[in-house]
Design a protein. Structure first.
Length: 386
């Protein structure tokens, strides 16, 4: 079956359930060619994507055009991480980030900053003095403040929301023993939010992490954000990365986490959505970027193409998730995919280098996959009004 036929067949089969209940607004065909996911979900939430120079410098014209057609919010896949934007103590390199922000402004997009305080993609010097000795608490706080004020300040009023702290939690919900934590102590998180708020009082501030659909870590995020709110820190939303597998976590677990976060009075961003179909290379379920595993043919089963059966499973999984997102649309501000097409995904290189991964809605030729149609269907389904 060709992709086109598969998509049509899948759309028809998925429609059996949805379209029999459809109202007159649920027209399946007739979507104008220039409309994208941003239009499909306009009344629910923003739809976004993480981009790299390939897109924001328009080095790949077709790929950049797809971003403009489909998405109304962007995240920087790498260019605002510390190691890129502030590689040496006295040197910031804003050239790539400036181009990222300019692309978003040219296209009227909601521009996200990612990320200010994280334990990965941060140079070792950040935590050391000129002699290579660990910094004192005060010195590291001063360095953090300088970084946040410089970076957030540069894009004040233009970058609308920041992932202030990324991945501060262990899987059991306790605070991760990062260098930030060891040197400053647990209040490094509150301090980072305070510095960001001072630098741009109008910017939305987020706490972002992976595996937040697992109960212990979800509860840790609830405790952490509650304590920030209790201190008067304006956390706008929790970002749930949503680096998911085909069957885990369950859609019900995703639903529970959204509701737990919304109950705190904050919004929820689905910030880095992708669905990894490939065989697990490690026992770890998360998105720890430092994980590495060796290549092996059994870990890369679909180098020549994804079987139709898997394409259908991916479509159904995406559809289940988008049903949960739509049911919680009042709590969700945006759903952002981590990469444009399958060829762009970080999952081709992590945690095993050189694999052929299929985690997104667009294939390597930038065509819409069955999962794209499946997701679009959800917007047309009648909503159950609570
Ligand atoms: C990833 C990028 O996609 C890769 O290009 C980079 O090599 C490593 O980082 N969680 C995050 C993102 O918050 O910043 C990570 O992005 C993926 C996991």
């Amino acid at each position: 079956m060709t992709h086109r036929h598969l998509r049509a067949a899948l759309a028809a089969s998925l429609c059996l359930a949805a379209c029999s209940r459809a109202t007159s607004t649920a027209s399946v065909s007739g979507t104008p060619k220039d409309q994208g996911l941003k239009d499909t979900f306009r009344s629910a939430f923003l739809v976004g994507v993480a981009i790299a120079p390939k897109q924001f410098e328009e080095l790949d014209v077709a790929n950049a055009a797809l971003v403009k057609r489909e998405f109304n919010t962007i995240s920087p896949e790498n260019v605002l991480k510390w190691v890129i934007v502030h590689p040496q103590p006295d040197r910031y390199d804003f050239a790539p980030a400036d181009k990222y922000v300019a692309f978003g402004e040219r296209n009227g997009m909601f521009i996200i900053g990612h990320t200010l305080v994280w334990h990965s993609q941060v140079p070792a010097w950040v935590f050391q003095d000129a002699q290579g000795q660990p910094l004192t608490r005060d010195a590291l706080l001063a360095r953090m403040k300088d970084h946040i004020q410089t970076v957030v300040g540069r894009y004040k009023g233009r970058i609308k929301g920041w992932d202030v702290v990324n991945e501060a939690l262990n899987e059991d919900g306790t605070l991760r023993e990062t260098q930030w934590m060891k040197i400053i102590g647990p209040d490094y998180i509150a301090k980072a939010f305070q510095f960001a708020h001072e630098a741009d009082p109008a910017a939305e501030l987020y706490y972002n992490d992976y595996n937040l659909d697992y109960a212990a870590k979800r509860d840790g995020a609830v405790r952490l954000v509650k304590s920030l709110l209790d201190q008067g820190i304006p956390v706008k939303a929790i970002g749930s990365q949503e680096h998911l597998k085909l069957t885990t976590p369950s859609a019900a677990a995703v639903d529970s986490s959204i509701k737990a976060f919304a109950a705190l009075g904050v919004h929820v961003n689905m910030t880095e959505l992708d669905i990894d179909l490939l065989p697990p290379a490690t026992r770890n379920t998360g998105a720890d970027v430092s994980l590495r595993a060796g290549p092996s043919p059994s870990l890369n089963p679909w180098a020549a193409g994804l079987p139709d059966s898997m394409q259908t499973k991916l479509a159904r999984r995406y559809q289940d998730l988008f049903r949960v997102y739509m049911a919680n649309k009042d709590a969700i501000d945006r759903v952002t995919f981590w990469g444009v097409s399958d060829g762009d995904s970080w999952l081709n290189g992590w945690p095993v280098p050189g694999r052929t991964s299929y985690p997104l809605l667009f294939d390597r030729q930038l065509g819409k996959k069955a999962a794209y149609e499946a997701v679009s269907e959800v917007a047309k389904e009648p909503r159950v009004v609570p």
